[in-house]
Design a protein around this ligand. Structure first.
Ligand SMILES: [Zn+2]
Length: 300
């Protein structure tokens, strides 16, 4: 009898140790002290060969107009969301409302789960993807999961379980009024919290209002989550059309604090090797104003 109790105690202790290790692993990464170059030591998938973000080079992109356009469903309907500071970004979680993407070469229909941002300490950096080596002041990611999966959990185990669409920002003189809702909530989530209770309900808005008018030109490649655990499960669509934002508005993002207790800035992962992957484009990249060839030859 005594021996049995001892064994139970031992099992409980092992369980406690396991829980603690797990908890530590889930939060122990960042962009400063635990910089991206060290992620793969704790999260082995971050060292694999199909990683994101990447540098997109126009002259090397393969034009595939057959991809067609991505169909955005429910992007024009107001939805319910809440925003929180998860220590790595400002994340807007969709709490109700059906927003989907399909077509555009996607292998199925995907449902919007959350959107979040990556930004820099100054306007010369911030985006995760770069185009012809150029980095932008901020990048928006809209994360969707495959609806044919049993749920988000199962989607995270599939090689194309997530479809993320990315948009670059460019600085404008005037504020982008569509972002007032999100930006005015930032002052309430300055501090990081891992508890959902500290999220702030946003006024209803249509996701499409956050995007440029009629976005249709995108680059496509297969990659990964850009944060640990870096799972290689993402069909990426990076759009050519950019979102406008004023410096004053961007500065509000820069006031957030990270899980490491410092200003949450430069929360972007550096670009990763292509390792033979080919980036496709659903538009004629040669017609792009910022095509590297055009610039080099001084044709524009
Ligand atoms: Zn992201």
């Amino acid at each position: 009898m005594m021996r049995e109790i001892q064994l139970h105690k031992c099992a409980a202790l092992i369980l406690l140790v396991l829980i603690q290790v797990n908890t530590t692993a889930s939060v122990h990464w960042g962009y400063d002290n635990d910089g991206p170059s060290r992620w793969s030591k704790i999260f082995p998938l971050c060292g694999k060969i199909r990683q994101s973000p990447i540098n997109i080079v126009n002259s090397k992109a393969k034009v595939r107009s057959r991809l067609g356009n991505i169909t955005m469903i429910g992007y024009d309907k107001p939805i319910t969301t809440k925003i929180r500071n998860n220590g790595h970004t400002a994340q807007v979680d969709i709490t109700s409302g059906d927003v989907f993407i399909k077509n555009g070469g996607l292998p199925g229909k995907y449902k919007l789960l959350q959107l979040h941002f990556h930004w820099g300490s100054d306007n010369g950096k911030g985006s995760e993807h770069t185009i012809n080596g150029e980095q932008f002041p901020m990048e928006l990611h809209l994360v969707h999961y495959l609806t044919s999966a049993a749920g988000v959990g199962e989607a995270l185990t599939l090689p194309k379980g997530l479809a993320v669409i990315g948009f670059m920002f460019e600085i404008s003189k005037d504020d982008n009024k569509e972002y007032t809702n999100i930006i005015s909530a930032l002052s309430q989530i300055t501090k990081y919290s891992d508890r959902d209770i500290f999220s702030v309900q946003l006024a209803e808005f249509a996701v499409g209002d956050l995007l440029p008018n009629n976005p249709c030109h995108f680059y496509r490649y297969l990659g990964s989550l850009t944060t640990p655990s870096c799972d290689e499960i993402v069909v990426w669509s990076v759009f050519k059309e950019k979102i406008k934002i004023s410096k004053r508005q961007l500065d509000e993002f820069r006031k957030l604090m990270s899980s490491e207790g410092v200003n949450l800035q430069n929360n972007f992962r550096p670009v990763q090797p292509l390792n033979g992957r080919v980036v496709q484009a659903n538009f004629n990249v040669a017609d792009t104003e910022d095509s590297s060839e055009g610039k080099e030859n001084g044709r524009r």
